[in-house]
Design a protein around this ligand. Sequence first.
Ligand code: ADE
Length: 246
Amino acid sequence: MKIDIVTLFPDFFASPLATSMMARAIAQGLLTVETHDPRDCATDKHRTVDDAPYGGGGGMVLKPEPVYQLWQERGLAASRCIYLTADGQPLNQALAVELALEERLVLLCGHYKGVDERIRTELIDREISIGDYVLTGGEPAALVLIDAVARLIPNVLGNFSSALDDSFQEAVLDCPWYTRPVEFRGQRVPDALLSGDHERIEHWRRRQALRRTFARRPDLLQQIELDEEEQQLIATWREQGLEEAP
Ligand code: ADE
């Protein structure tokens, strides 16, 4: 997968991309990330990239000319462009899976008061938010998105074989709050975990995952296919009013 990041702060990405899973994915050639700075295409001596918004309004926005030039010079029109913005579509696991199926993505990080309306209408395909809070720029959001997507690329994580093969359900269950290892310090380790029986361990893990999901995010259970036994189990938990996470 190739990800192009359009940013006024390329240095922001250096350390995270050189660390851990992302560094490995890049070293293995499974992920390629390139940054593009619109300032490289500014034409004045101050390398200006902001401007008053087209059609008026307060604040400064990322101006279109250097961005258009960048798009041409770096061939960015070939990919779908995602603009990171607080009022975009919320990023969740389903969206991460969808994006992981793309071969190439351009991530546009905004600053100032956002981007010129012409950039919005002509270059941007999709707007994504990482949460209901306002960041100073799109860079941290782009990093979060890259992390969530990169780990779904086949072979990036040893145990997540392919975003194409895996069902949405498995992707949902792959969320960290489902699979967070349970601390057993001072407590008896469940027999299932010590059994060495792969199927039994998986069964136990899924039970734990469902139990935590039931307690923390019951809304997500509607998106997961449950077998009869699991449905029965959840009905029992509901009857017992089990709200506390195990
Ligand atoms: N830019 C500013 N705030 C943001 C957010 N919450 N998500 C994505 N991009 C942003």
